[in-house]
Write a protein that binds this ligand. Structure first.
Ligand SMILES: Cc1cc2nc3c(=O)[nH]c(=O)nc-3n(C[C@H](O)[C@H](O)[C@H](O)COP(=O)(O)OP(=O)(O)OC[C@H]3O[C@@H](n4cnc5c(N)ncnc54)[C@H](O)[C@@H]3O)c2cc1C
Length: 408
């Protein structure tokens, strides 16, 4: 095959940029977007091993929720009131920025609220007692009893719920593609970075065909971060999640996304009336600590059992698709952001612990600020990797126990 002069220029062996973002998931694409927005004169490249949204960002359920993966009372107990409130605010900003900055129709933006439903009476009690804390934090939520909950979503067996008016849902793959297209960055898909060499003037990133050079680099690789930044391998591990999609139901029966059983299951109905259901990992924990992309009969059966138990009209719906995705989990459930040890001109974010759509767009702004300025962006302390730099724990090779409240 011949190569034109235009293609030849594009294929030159080495390309230089001001900032390179590695990883074309929601976090990497959002970082490229905010770099373009904050400093349009910067030359930015986005390097993605496969296609945009190839991993978790294009495989998830598309819930855009506020707070962490846990209920709000648990966050207050674990982190203290102030940190719990700031985490909520950060994720609320994420949702509001998605609505304000982007063209929602490009990624099926739905902002009708979300239901956090209780699978047990004890969980309902936790949700109910979260309410005063949520209200104090300015979070718009109401408690629904069992009957109201089940009526609202055509369900049975839920013990109650919190309806959070700021909950939203998206087509996650279209969101990632839209954000990347709006970023103005040079997007290089099918460019797996195989090695990183740091020198006096920044980094050289090697892909099979080309080298890329930049004084500053952002690593947004999800669970693959340790492959390029081995020094931080203790802050993230690979965990698999599985989902399925049914054939279209006859009507819209689940009008808002439902997150239930402490996040152990989640279900939503798309505009085409198909049900998307996921979770069940908690019943198969050891098997799902993997980076292998595969569904298993055991987890899929757990998901189906949940669907058929709580939505008694669903067993007649055929299952059209089953899939999995790998997520980066942090030791304490909060995302991890930091500078590459020995190379502060490199920054990273990982460990979104099953909740990256709730953080990702706002996190891109934080990373853009972190990599392009020497000052510390607001909110960085919530996610700083330095929280794991406990000398005793380091010696033991483990992350410190952060389950106790850190402030209040
Ligand atoms: C089934 C499932 C359901 C989920 N549901 C939800 C949900 O409803 N709401 C929610 O908030 N979260 C959900 N999550 C979690 C969410 O998808 C993740 O937290 C989020 O997508 C993480 O984004 P990321 O950009 O950090 O990582 P990723 O999406 O993993 O992106 C990292 C990218 O880096 C690329 N990459 C890796 N190595 C290299 C390399 N060497 N060179 C170049 N590129 C590389 C990968 O190909 C990938 O595209 C779900 C996850 C799964 C799997």
């Amino acid at each position: 095959m011949t190569v034109s002069i235009w293609q030849q220029a594009h294929q030159k062996r080495e390309a230089a940029y001001d900032v390179i973002v590695v990883g074309g998931g929601i976090v990497g694409c959002s970082t490229a977007y905010w770099l373009g927005r904050r400093a349009p004169s910067l030359d930015v490249a986005l390097l993605e091993a496969r296609t945009l949204g190839a991993e978790a960002s294009g495989r998830n359920a598309g819930f855009v929720l506020q707070g962490t993966h846990a209920d709000y009372r648990t966050d207050v107990e674990r982190y203290g009131k102030r940190t719990a409130r700031r985490l909520w605010q950060f994720t609320r900003e994420n949702r509001d920025l998605l609505a304000a900055e982007l063209r929602g129709s490009a990624f099926s933006w739905r902002a009708d609220g979300a239901l956090v439903a209780a699978g047990t009476a004890e969980e309902d009690e936790r949700l109910r007692t979260s309410l005063p804390h949520l209200r104090a934090a300015g979070a718009p939520a109401v408690h629904l009893d069992a009957e109201e909950t089940n009526d609202r979503i055509g369900a049975s067996g839920f013990h109650g719920s919190l309806f959070v008016t700021t909950g939203a849902a998206v087509n996650p793959l279209h969101l990632v593609q839209h954000v990347a297209a709006k970023s103005g960055a040079d997007v290089h898909t099918q460019h797996p970075v195989e090695h990183v060499r740091w020198g006096e003037t920044g980094a050289v990133l090697g892909t099979p065909d080309r080298h890329f050079r930049a004084p500053r680099v952002v690593f947004a690789l999800g669970p693959a971060l340790p492959e390029l930044v081995p020094a931080v391998s203790s802050v993230v591990r690979s965990v698999r999640a599985q989902m399925l999609a049914t054939a279209p139901a006859d009507a819209v029966r689940i009008p808002v996304p439902v997150y239930s059983h402490r996040g152990g299951f989640y279900v939503r109905q798309r505009e085409d009336r198909r049900l998307l259901v996921g979770g069940g990992r908690h019943a198969h924990r050891a098997a799902e600590e993997t980076s292998r992309d595969a569904t298993t009969p055991a987890v899929q059966a757990t998901i189906e059992r949940y669907l058929h138990t709580h939505f008694p009209w669903s067993p007649s719906l055929g299952i059209e698709q089953r899939w999995s995705g790998t997520m980066g989990f942090s030791p304490d459930g909060r995302p991890v952001v930091g500078r590459v040890p020995e190379h502060p001109e490199g920054v990273f974010a990982t460990g979104f612990t099953g909740h990256g759509m709730g953080y990702g767009f706002r996190m891109g702004r934080l990373l853009a600020d972190l990599v392009s300025a020497n000052e510390t962006p607001e909110a960085l302390d919530l996610f700083a990797a330095s929280r794991f730099e406990d000398p005793d724990a380091k010696q033991a090779g483990a992350a410190p126990d952060r389950s106790r409240p850190t402030d209040s």
